[in-house]
Design a protein around this ligand. Sequence first.
Ligand code: ZN
Length: 104
Amino acid sequence: MTNQEQINEFASHYPGWSDLAHKLNKLLSDNNKTIDQIKEKFGCIRCYFSPVPDKQLYDKIVSIENESGEVCCKCGEPGRVSSWGRYWMLCLCETCGEKRRKDT
Ligand SMILES: [Zn+2]
């Protein structure tokens, strides 16, 4: 898959993170990095790519990944990382979190 396809696929699962995912894609593609995998881990975006970046680029990517821990992955409103019920950690806003509690 191309970087863009990876990002589109990811954004379709986590529409609230779409902006952050596209920001990551631009940063990585502009620096000739290939996205190997982008996924949700412990409530944040986690992106695997190659080849290894320099420190400056790495820091920018980590800062976008960390930002995702404060944005609801469903709707893009301010959110927080919690289990929101019985299952794995996700970053959600109160509204989406409440819905998840009912669903699980
Ligand atoms: Zn939400």
